[in-house]
Ligand binder design. Structure first.
Ligand code: ADP
Ligand code: MG
Length: 393
């Protein structure tokens, strides 16, 4: 999806106010009735309707009249809300080129006022697993606030919390800068995903470093769960950085051993195939089997010695709670695969909540509305400006 930040240049405070009103409404409506948007936004003289038209034109909203007249945010609309908040907080001033397309994310370069370039990851949950998510309908029905915004926000929050905690324990991860909605800002890793690297000076050293990271993470109570050549970056000095953390689990997870072994196996397989390292993979299921290997020992999950209660303390401090983890795992857990071909065309309508105006939404909007967000002291009528892709207040 193209992120045309130039559109930001044309957006007024009223545009952002209405966009935020739709976001508020989506807490309990998959499609937000126009009348509710108007009540939340509180613009004078029916101004909301004109603004809605403008937002629709720029593809920041999607209009849906299948059941009643209403709107929902598009990913682009959600992107703009997050970007605006980051700019208001002074995290960055401009958005540059796209540097990565993940399974469920888009990654862009962003630039700070002093010229430093950072990486911005926009989570796009639902791009791949929407069908699987829908198949969790039974659970979702009890969650009025469910939608893809919620899941993407949770993915970002989890990624940010884990990155920060890993960084604090000296793991080679990007520096976690900030997180808002579905957006995580981190330092830019100078290097390439390992999958793109055809030759290494010291493949054995890289292999041992990488395997050592899996073990050390497990000692700290964590398993990456997607530890492979796509999520390991390596630079010209063959320095390793790990990325991509939304799927991490605790070593106390019921399938921890399976995840741990899978991560280890990915590394063994990749180094064997790409760099011809000489060792055999562990084909035996049993923990006690002799590994047929020249020098390298297949790390065993049962032999990992935990060093601290890492997860509980530090992750909670970053705002990612056990409840968040539980929610997230329900959707993103290992049974996604098996569910993915059932119930693929379910009707979204079933999940609509009664379309009454919710007073608490309005109150919430007044206290949290974008115009009053931290760091944003711009007078109401001034427009956000972008010059050459740089957002300026
Ligand atoms: P996904 O969860 O969708 O797989 P990733 O976090 O793995 O997303 O990012 C996808 C790609 O974007 C990576 O393979 C990498 O090329 C690039 N990328 C991600 N984070 C950074 C970063 N901090 N610095 C540089 N490139 C990055
Ligand atoms: Mg990835």
């Amino acid at each position: 999806m193209k992120l045309d930040v130039d559109v930001l240049r044309y957006l007024s405070k009223d545009d952002f106010r209405v966009l935020t009103a739709v976001e508020m409404g989506m807490r309990n409506h998959e499609v937000v009735p126009s009348e509710l948007i108007d009540r939340i936004a509180c613009l004078k003289h029916g101004g909301t309707y004109k603004v809605l038209k403008n937002l629709l034109k720029h593809k920041l909203l999607h209009h849906d009249s299948s059941k009643y007249d209403g709107f929902r945010l598009t990913y682009l609309g959600y992107d703009f809300l997050a970007i605006k908040t980051m700019v208001n907080r002074g995290i960055f001033t401009g958005v540059g080129r796209q540097i990565g397309v993940g399974k469920e994310s888009d990654i862009f370069e962003v630039v700070k006022e002093d010229g430093t370039v950072l990486a911005m990851k926009l989570h796009r949950l639902g791009r791949v697993s929407f069908r699987a998510v829908k198949s969790k309908r039974d659970y979702l029905r009890h969650r009025s606030s469910y939608n893809w915004l919620y899941l993407s926000r949770l993915a970002a929050l989890k990624e940010f919390a884990f990155m920060k905690a890993l960084e604090e324990h000296g793991f080679p991860v990007p520096n976690a800068v900030d997180c808002n909605r579905h957006c995580v800002v981190m330092s830019l890793v100078r290097g390439y995903p390992l999958v793109q690297v055809k030759q290494l000076q010291n493949p054995g050293t890289a292999f041992e470093t990488i395997l050592g990271l899996v073990v050390r993470m497990a000692e700290h109570g964590l398993i990456h769960c997607d530890f492979n050549e796509f999520n390991i970056m390596i630079d010209d000095d063959e320095k390793i950085t790990m990325i991509d953390f939304p799927q991490m689990v605790s070593v106390s997870h019921r399938n921890a051993k399976m995840y741990f072994d899978r991560d280890v196996e990915c590394i063994f397989k990749f180094f064997k195939k790409r760099f011809n390292l000489s060792f055999e993979e562990n084909e035996d299921e049993s923990d006690d089997s002799e590994i047929d290997s020249d020098e390298v020992c297949w790390p065993r999950f049962s032999e990992i010695k935990k060093v601290s209660g890492f997860l509980d303390k530090e992750l909670a401090a970053s705002g990612f709670t056990g409840k968040d983890q539980e929610d997230f795992e329900r959707f993103i857990g290992e049974d996604v695969q098996e569910d993915s071909d059932s119930d693929s065309e379910g009707t979204e309508d079933e999940e609509y909540i009664a379309d009454s105006t919710n007073e608490s939404d309005i109150k919430d909007f007044d206290s949290k509305c974008l115009l009053k967000e931290e760091g944003d002291n711009t007078p109401e009528h001034e427009h956000g400006q972008i010059e050459h892709g740089v957002v300026e207040e």
